[in-house]
Design a protein around this ligand. Structure first.
Ligand SMILES: Cc1cc2nc3c(=O)[nH]c(=O)nc-3n(C[C@H](O)[C@H](O)[C@H](O)COP(=O)(O)OP(=O)(O)OC[C@H]3O[C@@H](n4cnc5c(N)ncnc54)[C@H](O)[C@@H]3O)c2cc1C
Length: 465
């Protein structure tokens, strides 16, 4: 820590939040993120209570020449919410969600998690189409685009964004929307945390639930290729209300998994129907009959229950390593690769997850936002997960090998929010054709690349920082 920084911290700071330094009780906890493979030591964590605290933290980091990281939910697999030797602008304690049901609008603080949003919106039968795990942060997910169960009906999370309050690199505050700072607004819908500190989000709410039809259908893995071919053909005609994700893994020992299947390699087809439940029963009939499956756990349930379904499979503190692709509709050759590779991990916690895109995501005009990948049929996320935490595990090699085997079947793009600490070529591939406009906007709003603890976009004209 610089002398000046120490001096500053010893005088009383004008913020409502809390400063957490390496010598403070709670520092070890405060520097942990979801991914237990990440081990970084910031010199200061500023636990914000209001937007002005973030302004203060940013100003003082800049005055002291320290790197800056921003923490929303702390879930990014790359661990970009923390940095070594820098200042973390930490929103862990700003989790408020205010709902205006008559206008169907919600205001969300930057530390809110998806579970917080659903708790506040579901009593009104509304939701923000977000992610599929309740303990993931709204901020990082939205700024990268946001894909989830309701996207085929209601679009990406960022498509529901109405405005974002931001503190910019020069310390000024703006509200970006379609009508004001529109370039910035375009950029933060897919360009991540490259452009400033988001201190508040306003979302359009969408009607979903409270009751939906959803749940896993399990097939034994020796039928994987046949099941995936049926799946491919079935979803080709799926209505927007239906998303069917696929999880290829060893069946976990959860209550809903029949005892005889626990620990067995399985293909889980996971439909989620967000329209009328009775219509959903009809739509899902062929999918549930095929096989027949080894188990069918599809049922009427609360949207909040379905949103929490994966929570226990990806707890905080395990070690994780991910790689991903966007895929076109599955070909037989791609299915053969999946059937060959997906069941080979050493850790029973590792898995391969296929998101089902299309519908409203694809229909929205590609130029609407910085998100790249609207035309993909699937995002695939190959997830190495090991319960002991720490940086290394043999499944890292398995993730890389399966990812390599899928390269010929990829669109060439990938979802920015599933990137780990990758080389620049993959970061560029994630921003795709939007990269050069993003770099120009970056040069306008953050010419010195203050916000670089992210999947970084170098300001146009600046080779690298
Ligand atoms: C278990 C799990 C499930 C997931 N499921 C989904 C899913 O269903 N759909 C999906 O789309 N993604 C999903 N993701 C990926 C997720 O979108 C990213 O990990 C995302 O970065 C998480 O946001 P966060 O706020 O929790 O992240 P953090 O780690 O806190 O932040 C990640 C980055 O976002 C930026 N950022 C965060 N907050 C701010 C802010 N207030 N202002 C400016 N920049 C900010 C920063 O650059 C930061 O480095 C999942 C991730 C995990 C770990």
């Amino acid at each position: 820590m610089t002398e000046r920084m120490t001096e500053l911290l010893e005088t009383k700071t004008p913020i409502r939040g809390r400063l957490i330094r390496p010598t403070d009780a709670g520092y070890e906890d405060a520097r942990q993120v979801w991914n237990g493979a990440i081990d970084r030591r910031p010199v200061l964590i500023v636990r914000c209570r209001e937007g002005a605290d973030a302004e203060w933290a940013l100003r003082h980091a800049r005055q002291n020449g320290l790197p800056v990281a921003i923490r929303g939910g702390g879930h990014n697999v790359a661990g970009s919410a923390v940095c070594d030797g820098g200042v973390v602008i930490d929103f862990t304690e700003m989790r408020g969600v205010e709902v205006d049901p008559s206008r169907q609008v919600a205001r969300v603080q930057p530390g809110a998690l998806w579970g917080d949003c659903d708790q506040a919106t579901q009593p009104h039968g509304l939701t923000i189409p977000g992610g599929i795990v309740t303990h993931t942060g709204v901020a990082g997910l939205t700024l990268g685009g946001g894909i989830g169960w309701a996207m085929r009906k209601h679009g990406l999370t960022s498509d529901s964004l109405l405005s974002v309050d931001m503190v910019l690199a020069d310390g000024s505050r703006v509200r970006a929307s379609h009508d004001s700072e529109s370039d910035l607004f375009w950029a933060v819908q897919g360009g991540g945390g490259n452009f400033g500190v988001a201190t508040g989000f306003e979302f359009r709410l969408r009607p979903v639930g409270p009751e939906i039809l959803a749940g896993p259908i399990l097939h034994r893995a020796d039928r994987a290729a046949e099941v995936l071919r049926f799946y491919r053909d079935f979803i080709a005609g799926a209505p927007d209300e239906l998303a069917v994700f696929v999880n290829l893994r060893l069946a976990p020992a959860f209550d809903w998994v029949p005892a005889e299947l626990r620990g067995a390699p399985v293909v889980m087809l996971i439909p989620c129907y967000v329209g009328h439940v009775e219509t959903g029963e009809r739509v899902l009939r062929p999918l549930r009959r095929f096989g027949p499956p080894a188990a069918d756990v599809v049922k009427r349930k609360l949207w909040t229950a379905h949103q929490g379904m994966f929570d226990a499979s990806v707890p905080h503190g395990w070690g994780y390593y991910w790689k991903s692709h966007f895929l076109p509709p599955l070909t037989d050759a791609c299915i053969d690769v999946l059937a060959e590779w997906a069941f080979q991990p050493a850790s029973p916690a590792s898995y391969t997850l296929l998101f089902h895109m299309g519908g409203e995501v694809e229909r929205q005009h590609d130029a609407l936002s910085a998100f790249s990948g609207r035309g993909a049929a699937h995002a695939i996320n190959i997830n190495g997960a090991w319960t002991a935490g720490g940086p290394s595990h043999p499944d890292i090699e398995w993730v890389r090998a399966q990812w390599e085997a899928l390269v010929p079947h990829s669109t060439g793009g990938l979802y920015v929010n599933f990137l780990g600490n990758e080389d620049e070529a993959l970061v560029r591939a994630a921003y795709g054709s939007k990269y050069s406009r993003l770099a120009e906007i970056k040069a306008r709003y953050d010419p010195q690349n203050v916000f670089r603890a992210n999947q970084n976009i170098a300001p146009a004209g600046l080779a690298s920082l």
